[in-house]
Each structure stands twice: as structure tokens, then as C-alpha cells.
Design a protein around this ligand. Structure first.
Ligand code: F6R
Length: 608
């Protein structure tokens, strides 16, 4: 989703902004622009397309000299991606410039009011309304003016603002969209996310809801919506800056897939003690765990798929009823949450608008929310009552892999812990489950190291038109994610079906040569899935099977078989997903797709 970078200090602003925007490319965008104050006036350059177009237009920023500026990568919401709609937006004389992430929901009525007062608009965006409103209310005092405007705006925003007659300051404000500010000895920074400024500083402040920041070259001031100045504590970011680089891999996605053994270890280790699981951040004692009557999981996309697995694992092990909802559905269906219910919001970015809204809905109904979140300090992390971080580190590829794997681990930990406390498993089973959890990182590594086999197979399918993924129970959850991985990066149509559901319609789509990937990792369901495989094979399907080592019977009905190492059936998702991720990746690479930045997708979906 949109990225914001701003800078004021001793350096030339334009190269700093371009560099920061490049590090936010993972968020997805379709145009870019920046505004730089050259000492006399504000110059603006904008361009549709990749950031490199803006870089070329400005010779890497050289044609836009100046020590203060704001920049933006836009992911179109209001109005098509084009030069005019891209940010920054400004008033008539370009004396006030604005970059914005979020949606101003009442922009039409605000725009109509301004039109009546003689304002005209050049773009179709909601953001230009903010720039013109600032012009309308401007009284020479930027802070006062910004506050007046913010009080009239409904919706969400992260804003970067410059006033030409206040050349020593830039402003930032936030409500509902991510924003951080940072400080180094060379200047002060605004950014949508930490990687944008990590090269310059590790001293970061997380801007809270409805806060405004006034940045000078060597100082930052924070204000509430009542214009009260407040003190904030800086956070020192200790991520390895290289963690955000490709480290020799062809794509971030491949690098991140290879990081999965580490991710899984990092997510397990702090909670997996010698002979037990401890999840301190859960904030629940044993008695409270025993009192849980129901769990509601809300999430989007792959995080939702992790939640579907979470349902099978929590119900299967801890015998707690679980409902898993797409966050976009949960938030509008007036969900019934009965006493004793626990809500879990799952999100890599911690900024997904629907998940955040679903979580707020649950809180409004008086329920405590546990966030399973990857990005530290993100909105969901800060608003959840308790946070269980997935320690996957920054994930750059738009298609998630390592964060999804870490989410699975979070669910396993919760399920095994709850099961033990609620005595739905005995000591022996507890020990066996802990042993199998500990084995997962090495087993994932093993599967990654045999990537050639799947790479070879994937090359045969770069011309596929439709692919179907089938499975039952947890294998269905795995199929959902396998299918999403393939379609989102290779643009090949694919669908996941509960294997038993095929004959209720979908089987009519199977024709000679259609690839069907059958996931069969649940021994109790082997025979059932084999029957479904036979059904599609009889109609001409080519069958790829992913199953447990030792299940040789499946070879009788499959054309190509991938075996995963032995683990507890509740944990097979962590292993079976690896060949499916690799399959999607190599098909997309074979087709020449932009794997890390698939078309139309954004890493962080901060609007509905
Ligand atoms: C798919 C993918 C998306 C995200 C979804 C939720 O590869 O990455 O489906 O899983 O947009 O995002 P988060 O987890 O950031 O809430």
C-alpha cells in the first residue's frame, strides 16, 4: 500500500527520499512522486509506474535540490494510477504540499464545500481535498491549520505536509494508517515503515493514533489533537539492516522461503522450554485457559489460511470450538460472541485494515483480543490486549511465506499449551508433541534442500491454464495456501477444494491434462483422498501428490509424488506447504513474472 518518506536536515532531501521509497517498494504501488523545497519554492515531480521512472526524471534526485522534502509511492484507491493522481498534491500556488496514505471517507462532501468557495481540483483523489482544505484554513500557523483540517476529516490518514512559508519544518500526522518518525545527527525523517530509514537511523518513534509531529532539522515535537505538546520515547531498532536485503538470492521470496527454518526456530524458542510451553505474553493463567469456551480467529489472505489450520489444530488438540472468519466478513456480520470467547487476530503486517477493524469490533463488544502479529509496533500489535509476535523479521516479498510459517507455529504453541492445561492430552502426548515441534526446522530445511525435484516439475507447468488443489481437514487448509501461492505470483488460475466437495460441481472442470495437486498428510483420511484422486484421474487429470513418507500406496494413483518427513498429523502443514511454495515460485519464475511484486497486489493492505 502507499509509502511515505519525508526528510528535513543537512543532506539533500531528494536522494534520501528516493532511497527510502525504494525500501518501501514491497508495499506495492503504481506511481511515485516527491516535493522538495529548494530555498525559494517547492518543486514537485511525479510519475506513473515504477520508482525508477521518478529516479530517471530527477537524475537520482539531482534536479531537485533542497534540504526538506516529502515523497510518496501510491497504490491507487481514488482515481486511476496516472501522473495527475499521484502524490504529492498541492494548493494552487504549491505553497502547501501533501502526501497521504489512507482514505478520506467524507472527501466528496468536503470537496463540494470547497468547490462552492471557488476551489477547483485537478485530480480525482481524496488527498487533494486535504491540500485544498489546508489552503482554505491556513492562518500562517501550520499546526493550528492542520488540526483544524484533521478535525474535519473522516477516515484514515498518514500525512506528510510542507508549507513553503515555513521552510524549516515538515509535518506528519496519523490516524488509522502506519507512520513512524526517526532522528539522526543529520536530520529527521518520516516514513510509513522502519526499513525506509534504517540506513540513516535506528532511533525511531512510533506515531500514535491522532498524533501530529512537527519535524525540524534537529528536533521533533509531538502534539495531541488538542495541540498539547507531548513527550515520546524513542525505540532503538536492532534489526540487522541486511535482513531487508536479498542476500544473494534471486528474489526476496526465495530468500524468505529459505529463512523458514530460522523463522520457525525463532518463533518456537522463546516459548518452548525444556519440558513445557510457556507463552508469557498471552496474559492468561491456567484457570483462565480452562475457562475459554470458544475461539474466534479473524484474518485475511494467507493469515486466514493459517487460521483455518489453527481451527483444526485447536479443536483437535484442545477440544475448544473455533470459528475462523475472514476479517472483512466478521466486521460487518454483527458477530455473536458469547461469554468466555477469545478472539485472535492474525496479521503479518499488523496493518491490514479489515483485520484491524474486525479486532476493534470484538473489543467494542467487550472481548479481549490476542494478536498474532509479525511487525513490532504495528497498529494491531498496539491495539491488541495481548500480542504473540511471530519472529519472522521483515518480509519483503508481497507473497508471504516465512510469516505464514511462523503463524502456523503460533497456533501449534497455543493448541498444545491449551490442550495440556485443559487435560485433553496426557503427559506422554505432550512430550511427543514438543519433540515433533522441535524437529520442524530441520525437516523444513530438508525439504528446501530438495528443491530441484519440484523445480523440475514446475517447469512443465508454466503453460498451465487451471490448477486445482485438493485435500481434507488440515490438508484442505494446506491446499488453500498452496493454491493462493501459485495464483497470486504466476497468474495461473487455481482453486483449492475440500476433496470431498469436488463432485458437487468442480469436477466438471477437470479435463485431459488438468493438474490436480492432492495433499494427503492425514493418515485417517488417506483412503478418502485416494478415492477423490481416482475420480479426477479417471477424467484425465494429472496428479501431483504431497504426502507423508511411507504412504507408498498413493503412488498407484498419482503421477508425481512428493514426500514430507514424519511428524505429528497436526503439524504437517508446516512441511507440506514447502514444496507447494516452491512450486508456485518456480512456475512464476519460469513464466518470467515479477515474483516479488505481483501485479495489483500490495504487501500491506491498509484500506478496505
Ligand atoms: C498472500 C498474502 C496476503 C496476506 C493478507 C493479510 O501471500 O500475503 O494474502 O496474507 O493480505 O496480510 P497481513 O498478514 O499483513 O494481515
Amino acid at each position: 500500500m502507499c509509502g511515505i518518506v519525508g526528510y528535513i536536515g543537512k543532506k539533500q532531501a531528494a536522494p534520501v527520499i528516493l532511497d527510502g521509497l525504494a525500501r518501501l517498494e514491497y508495499r506495492g504501488y503504481d506511481s511515485a512522486g516527491m516535493a522538495v523545497f529548494d530555498g525559494e519554492k517547492v518543486n514537485v515531480t511525479k510519475a506513473v509506474g515504477r520508482l525508477k521512472v521518478l529516479e530517471e526524471l530527477t537524475h537520482g534526485g539531482e534536479t531537485m535540490p533542497g534540504l526538506a522534502g516529502i515523497g510518496h509511492t501510491r497504490w491507487a484507491t481514488h482515481g486511476a494510477p496516472n501522473d495527475v493522481n499521484s502524490h504529492p498534491h498541492f494548493n494552487k500556488g504549491k505553497t502547501i504540499t501533501v502526501v497521504h496514505n489512507g482514505i478520506i471517507e467524507n472527501y466528496i462532501s468536503l470537496r463540494n464545500k470547497l468547490t462552492k468557495k471557488g476551489y477547483s481540483f485537478v485530480s480525482e483523489t481524496d488527498t487533494e481535498v486535504a491540500a485544498q482544505m489546508l489552503d482554505y484554513y491556513y492562518n500562517g500557523n501550520p499546526l493550528e491549520t492542520i488540526l483544524k483540517v484533521l478535525h474535519r476529516i473522516e477516515g484514515s490518514y498518514a500525512l506528510g505536509i510542507m508549507f513553503a512559508d515555513h521552510p524549516g519544518e515538515i509535518f506528519a500526522a496519523r490516524k488509522g494508517s502506519p507512520l513512524i518518525v526517526g532522528q539522526s545527527s543529520d536530520g529527521c525523517f518520516i516514513a510509513s515503515d522502519v526499513p525506509a530509514i534504517l540506513r540513516y537511523t535506528r532511533k525511531v518513534y512510533f506515531v500514535d493514533e491522532q498524533e501530529i509531529v512537527r519535524l525540524e532539522a534537529d528536533h521533533m515535537h509531538f502534539y495531541t489533537m488538542d495541540e498539547e505538546e507531548i513527550e515520546k520515547e524513542a525505540t532503538t531498532i536492532d534489526w540487522d539492516a541486511n535482513a531487508a536485503e536479498k542476500a544473494g538470492y534471486e528474489h526476496f521470496m526465495l530468500k524468505e522461503m529459505y529463512e523458514q527454518p530460522k523463522t520457525v526456530t525463532d518463533t518456537l524458542t522463546p516459548r518452548l522450554k525444556k519440558d513445557r510451553i510457556e507463552i508469557e505474553e498471552l496474559g492468561l493463567g491456567d484457570e483462565e485457559i480452562r475457562q475459554i469456551r470458544k475461539i474466534h480467529i479473524v484474518a485475511c489472505g494467507s493469515a486466514y489460511h493459517a487460521g483455518v489450520t489453527g481451527k483444526y489444530v485447536l479443536e483437535g488438540l484442545a477440544r475448544i470450538p473455533v470459528e475462523v472468519d475472514l476479517a472483512s466478513e466478521f466486521r460487518y456480520r454483527n458477530p455473536i460472541l458469547e461469554e468466555g470467547a477469545m478472539v485472535i487476530a492474525v496479521s503479518q503486517s499488523g496493518e491490514t485494515a479489515d483485520t484491524l477493524a474486525a479486532m476493534r469490533e470484538a473489543k467494542l463488544k467487550g472481548f479481549q483480543v490476542l494478536g498474532i502479529v509479525n511487525v513490532v509496533g504495528s497498529s494491531i500489535a498496539r491495539e491488541a490486549d495481548h500480542v504473540m509476535y511471530t519472529w519472522a523479521g521483515p518480509e519483503i516479498a508481497v507473497a508471504t511465506t516465512k510469516a505464514y510459517s511462523a503463524q502456523l507455529i503460533a497456533f501449534y504453541l497455543l493448541a498444545v499449551k491449551f490442550a495440556f492445561v485443559r487435560e485433553t492430552i496426557d503427559d506422554t502426548m505432550y512430550r511427543l508433541l514438543l519433540r515433533d515441534l522441535r524437529r520442524l526446522p530441520d525437516q523444513i530445511e530438508l525439504l528446501l534442500n530438495s528443491k530441484e525435484k519440484i523445480q523440475h516439475f514446475a517447469n512443465r507447468y508454466i503453460g498451465a491454464r487451471d490448477v486445482f488443489f485438493i485435500g481434507r481437514g488440515i490438508d484442505y487448509a494446506i491446499s488453500l495456501e498452496g493454491s493462493l501461492k501459485l495464483k497470486e505470483i504466476s497468474y495461473i488460475h487455481s482453486e483449492a477444494y475440500a476433496a470431498g466437495e469436488l463432485k458437487h460441481g468442480t469436477i466438471s472442470l477437470i479435463e485431459e491434462g488438468t493438474l490436480v495437486a492432492a495433499v494427503s498428510t492425514q493418515p485417517a483420511l488417506y483412503q478418502k483422498t485416494i478415492s477423490n484422486m481416482v475420480e479426477v484421474r479417471a477424467r484425465g487429470a494429472f496428479l501431483l501428490a504431497v504426502t507423508n513418507v511411507g504412504n507408498r500406496e498413493i503412488e498407484k494413483v498419482s503421477d508425481y509424488t512428493i514426500y514430507i518427513p514424519e511428524t505429528n498429523p497436526f503439524f504437517t502443514n508446516s512441511l507440506a506447504i514447502i514444496p507447494l511454495q516452491l512450486f508456485g515460485y518456480y512456475v512464476a519464475v519460469g513464466k518470467g513474472c515479477d515474483v516479488d511484486k505481483p501485479r495489483n497486489l500490495a504487501k500491506s493492505v491498509t484500506v478496505e
